[in-house]
Design a protein around this ligand. Structure first.
Ligand code: HEC
Ligand code: HEC
Ligand code: HEC
Length: 134
């Protein structure tokens, strides 16, 4: 009644087609590489809680820039003192503060940004730390 070899062949062809995205991914070269960020070894806290930093670091940087460039205020002001959220004096600076701890742009900032295809133009002017020195 059934033509067994043809049915089996049909099933094989179907399975190959059905799973083809998988095979294209494995053998087709371009796969997306997940970000593999390198966190600072000599610090265990960021300037703000990690969840906030993950989601809002771009807003924080804009806010810092506005305070420095428009208000000429370089240190974070809290209760009349220039401090960060732990009470330490902190300069609002991309190169002097963020990149002091996150001193490997390609292993940190770029990891996420490349994955997301965002390309902040900041480095046209701001200096990223030298890499491969240690
Ligand atoms: C005192 C050192 C220090 C400074 C200064 C610093 N960071 Fe961080 N940052 C850290 C550490 C340590 C972590 C990881 C914290 C953790 O594991 O919870 C981190 C986490 C982050 C994360 C989240 C990464 C993740 O786990 O997904 C982002 C984004 C980030 N920082 C951006 C910045 C930016 C932008 C600045 C400047 C505005 C900055 N950091 C300043 C030490 C610092
Ligand atoms: C944990 C992942 C992650 C890390 C690490 C990270 N970023 Fe981002 N960054 C993002 C995401 C997500 C966006 C938002 C993309 C969007 O909204 O289109 C972003 C956007 C930005 C933007 C705004 C870009 C734009 O064109 O709007 C700036 C500026 C920025 N990041 C700076 C930094 C700097 C500086 C570092 C390293 C100190 C860093 N980021 C590290 C995930 C990250
Ligand atoms: C066209 C050049 C240029 C570009 C592009 C640029 N900046 Fe700036 N930025 C400046 C100049 C100039 C200052 C003032 C420097 C000073 O007075 O110390 C400044 C100051 C800042 C400051 C405060 C001072 C400091 O030391 O960091 C922050 C934060 C900042 N910029 C963030 C950013 C971010 C984030 C981006 C990318 C989204 C960016 N800038 C892109 C030129 C630029």
């Amino acid at each position: 009644m059934y033509d067994a070899p043809k049915v089996i062949l049909g099933i094989i062809v179907f399975l190959l087609l059905f799973t083809s995205p998988l095979w294209i991914n494995i053998f087709g070269g371009q796969t997306s590489v997940k970000p593999n960020i390198q966190l600072p070894k000599d610090a265990n806290e960021c300037v703000y809680p990690t969840e906030y930093m993950k989601n809002y670091h771009m807003d924080l940087l804009n806010d810092w820039r506005d305070k420095v460039v428009r208000d000429n205020q370089r240190f974070l002001l809290k209760n009349g003192n220039f401090v960060d959220f732990r009470g330490k004096k902190m300069e609002m600076s991309l190169s002097h503060t963020c990149m002091k701890c996150h001193n490997n742009k390609s292993q940190f900032c770029d990891q996420c940004h490349n994955y997301l295809s965002v390309n902040p133009y900041c480095w046209d002017c701001h200096v990223a730390p030298k890499e491969g020195m240690k």
